[in-house]
Design a protein around this ligand. Sequence first.
Ligand code: 5GP
Length: 207
Amino acid sequence: MRHSNFEERAATDTGKTENDNRLIVVLCGPGGVGKGTVARLLVARDQSLWLSRSWTTRSRREGEPEDAYYFVSKNEFMSMADKGGFMEWAQFLGNLYGTPWPDRLPTDSDILLEIDVQGATQIRKGFPDSLVILLLAPSRDEQRKRLQERGDSKEHVDLRMREADTEIAFAREFADAIVINDSLDRAVSEIGAIIDNRRLSRSKMSI
Ligand code: 5GP
């Protein structure tokens, strides 16, 4: 039986069994497209999907929930990275972000990662069977508006918009699906259907 790195690693770290074959779903895209909201709605409607909580060296924004990330120092982050504690990690606009190997993954759950495009490429390389979904805002104006609403400075918003253009061009090359977040309900349903289809084709293949 073929195992991905994740399956071998996870078998040691999380008590997963040999036949464990969880799907890794990556929701990626630039800032301001609504990845966080979509990810939370996806796990709320799908009990078999477990949302990973990332580590970051960024400070918590005003009003941001305490559990949005594990907020850590650069030293803590790097010592975790040095001991191979992340499935992927990346630097984004001066801060570090990483996905820890899951340690409290419920039995029979697939894994949802809400990460940037650099992280998505690492997951795609390490776990070729992962499902990568690129989420986009309906327009650049809408994306800018959403970034501004988070209270970031104009300079930061401009920087993120430039970063977004590069990220989108790159992600279009390897994403399995591209979903436009023009209506939240529609985008969540569309992604839910994409995940269900992938699960179905995987279960057919294993018969
Ligand atoms: P923010 O600072 O706005 O919360 O996040 C900045 C970017 O980092 C977003 O695109 C977000 O999806 C991404 N991000 C969050 N967690 C991770 C992670 O664990 N790994 C990677 N590579 N990117 C992440």
